[in-house]
Write a protein that binds this ligand. Structure first.
Ligand SMILES: [Zn+2]
Ligand SMILES: [Zn+2]
Length: 337
């Protein structure tokens, strides 16, 4: 099969021929129909991701068709439409695993990180970490649901956004755009804070934002305060200053969820946190329950992620657009069927 298999950390990806894996007793071979390129893939391929092991095929946002099942697989049959996300296994026995928080387990197997991922024609996965796709969901939309979609969904769930509540979304990229779409379907009043150009401001409105706050020269926290504050902030930005300045835009009892990970420390004053009982929660992404809930919610609500599709050999072109900030909003690799 054709695959972007990295023998060691490197910045440029080259498509090569590698043996197609065959499933063990509990495994399923998936014919990849769509595979989203995540910012994490670029960090992994640059060797900046501690859990990554090489040689490695990256890609953890995968949708496809069951091609072959192992001898002891009971839940899936050939031809079914399925999705594979970040989680590919965990210890199954720690307090996190037995309470449905397997995404917090320290013994995680992660797709495209320490087991081979989906930037290839086929992907091997354990049946317990395979998700059936809702009927009528396109592969490229399902792929975007497997990481940015379910992350946005689980962030809103974790923040306990109330119906009709006001939410601020920092940054309009893969996760931010889907957070707008999910929050809109949940009936929220949405303020997007972006440094973006006119095109992004217009896109934010199209996706469902009620307020678009351009923070090029203004303090994002003050802009949110001018609206009367928000109950929830989802931060998808990687700017530490931006995150820090936004905190004062939270109403008392408000919660900020950190999804984007700035590399430098984020300065936080204790005073507004303590005085207003404000909280910050870090979110690594969701677990299997979140994937399934996000998929069915999106299918019912008719949420279609904005994606750009590229034939599998054109990953380098997609990555270039991504690095130049031009993607709207996810690059999806599509192998030949
Ligand atoms: Zn991802
Ligand atoms: Zn565990």
């Amino acid at each position: 099969m054709k695959a972007y298999r990295l023998t060691r950390p490197k910045r440029t990806w080259r498509l090569t021929n590698v043996p197609t894996p065959s499933p063990g007793p509990m495994e399923v071979l998936v014919r990849v129909r769509a595979s989203g390129i995540c910012g994490a893939d670029l960090e992994i391929s640059r060797g900046e991701y501690p859990l990554a092991r090489f040689p490695l095929i990256p890609g953890h946002e995968v949708a496809g068709i069951v091609a072959e099942v192992g001898s002891k697989v009971s839940g899936f049959t050939r031809g079914e439409h399925v999705g594979v996300g970040w989680l590919q296994g965990s210890c199954g026995n720690c307090t996190f695993c037995i309470s449905g928080d397997e995404n917090l387990c320290s013994a995680q197997r992660a797709t495209g990180v320490n087991v081979d991922g989906g930037h290839a024609e086929f992907l091997l996965t354990h049946q317990e970490y395979l998700h059936r796709l809702p009927e009528n969901m396109d592969f490229e939309h399902a792929a975007a649901m497997m990481c940015p979609g379910m992350t946005a969904f689980s962030a809103l769930k974790l923040a306990k956004l109330r119906p009709g509540g006001r939410v601020g979304i920092l940054g309009l990229g893969g996760v931010g755009s889907l957070a707008v779409q999910f929050a809109s379907a949940m009936g929220a009043e949405i303020a997007v804070v972006t440094r973006g150009n006119k095109e992004k401001i217009q896109l934010a409105r199209q996706l469902g934002a009620h307020h678009v706050l351009a923070s090029d020269k203004k303090n994002p926290g003050e802009l949110l305060q001018q609206l009367g504050g928000v109950e929830v902030i989802l931060s998808t930005t990687v700017s530490a200053r931006y995150v820090s300045e936004s905190i004062v835009g939270l109403k008392p009892n408000g919660v900020m969820v950190w999804i984007g990970v700035p590399h430098e420390p984020i300065p936080v004053h204790a005073d507004p946190m303590c005085a207003g009982r404000r909280r910050i929660i870090g979110l690594p992404s969701g677990g299997r329950v979140d994937v399934r809930e996000a998929l069915s919610f999106a299918a019912r609500a008719g949420i279609k992620p904005m994606v750009e599709t590229y034939p599998l050999p054109e990953a380098p072109r997609a990555i270039e657009r991504m690095q130049n900030g031009l993607l709207r909003f996810r690059a999806i690799l599509v192998p030949e069927p």
